[in-house]
Design a protein around this ligand. Structure first.
Ligand code: SF4
Length: 326
């Protein structure tokens, strides 16, 4: 029940938060494909890691599968924003499936970088989380062995001579800060090592992490809106906690536990790169049902990055009803 006796709760929204350019592009590819080719269109893996977005697209006729074998002949096939292994690309080509690739261009850039290093004769090390679809895709794009490193400790077990030429690439949803320690340890271990400039790290990941650090200086509690399987959303929650602020990852307002905010004067909200703003609104509404709230947005970096759509979809206009991934 709403408590009107207390002062309004201050709610501060991180800036930037939520959808990044890669997610906007991926969702738009599914929407425009539905518009141009009609339902169903088939998407390999969740197009982005957000149930709300996936359910919204399902309602419009998208079908989500984990294996290409589940896709009928000739059906429009979309690869998710996380990217896919070469074996998946080859399987789709062998079956002549009409493919639209929603792999984020920044993920493709990592694939290309890894391939270039291997072509230069270097052994490749990938810094990332085992089992994440982006990591599986990147490992599967490279001919030859790729050594996965998740923590500094993993470096001790690498069976690579210290004078062998090596190179590293990183999962895009880790940030410069996440990888700094691991990369420094790799540089100590190997005498001939190279890697991308820091500018190659995903801008959206870095910006959202910087914003949650700024937010943590001003608030008593942080709510991160995002899915449990979203790597970058989990990382935002961890950064909040590491900054000493109780931080909770929630999919939407229905998951808000009133106990988390009962004594809070200021609540900070951010959202992972795959969480739409409508879910942030939903969380604010849930707070409003407890107390009066006063919402403001932190000053922060404005993002104006857009990624080009595949040529065959560029001229398609998604209907107003389908423009909202909710
Ligand atoms: S988080 Fe970064 S790499 Fe991932 S989809 Fe968004 S822009 Fe691309």
């Amino acid at each position: 029940m709403k408590d009107d006796t207390k002062k309004p709760m201050k709610v501060i929204l991180a800036q930037p938060r939520g959808f990044c350019a890669g997610v906007v592009r991926a969702v738009e590819i599914v929407e425009r494909a539905l518009e141009k080719y009609g339902p169903p269109v088939y998407v390999r893996h969740e197009i982005v890691h957000n149930k709300h977005v996936v359910e919204g697209l399902k309602a419009k006729g998208a079908r989500f599968v984990e294996n290409l074998s589940e896709i009928p002949a000739d059906a429009v096939t979309i690869f998710s924003a996380h990217g896919v292994a070469k074996s998946v690309v080859d399987e789709a080509a062998a079956r002549n499936l009409p493919v639209l690739d929603a792999t984020c261009p920044l993920v493709t850039k990592v694939h290309n970088q890894g391939k270039r290093y291997v072509a230069q004769g270097r052994t490749l090390i990938l810094v990332g989380h085992a089992g994440h679809p982006e990591v599986e895709g990147t490992m599967g794009q490279i001919d030859g062995p790729v050594h996965l490193v998740q923590t500094e400790k993993d470096i001790d077990t690498l069976e690579i001579p210290t004078d062998e030429p090596v190179a590293y690439v990183t999962q895009t949803t880790l940030s410069v800060d996440d990888t700094r320690g691991i990369i420094a340890a790799l540089q100590r271990r190997f005498t001939d090592i190279t890697g991308p400039e820091t500018r190659d790290i995903c801008y959206a990941t870095q910006n959202r992490q910087s914003a949650v650090r700024d937010l943590s200086k001003l608030v008593d509690v942080i709510l991160v809106v995002g899915a449990k399987n979203s790597s970058n959303s989990n990382r935002l929650r961890e950064i909040g906690s590491e900054s000493g602020i109780p931080s909770y990852l929630i999919a939407d307002g229905s998951e808000l536990d009133p106990d988390w905010v009962k004594d809070a004067r200021v609540v900070g909200i951010t959202a992972g790169a795959s969480a739409p703003d409508v879910l942030v609104e939903d969380v604010i509404e849930a707070l409003r049902r407890l107390r009066n709230v006063d919402v403001s947005t932190l000053d922060g970096r404005q993002e104006n990055i857009e990624f080009r759509l595949p040529a065959e979809l560029a001229a398609v206009v998604a209907s107003p009803a389908s423009a909202d991934p909710a």
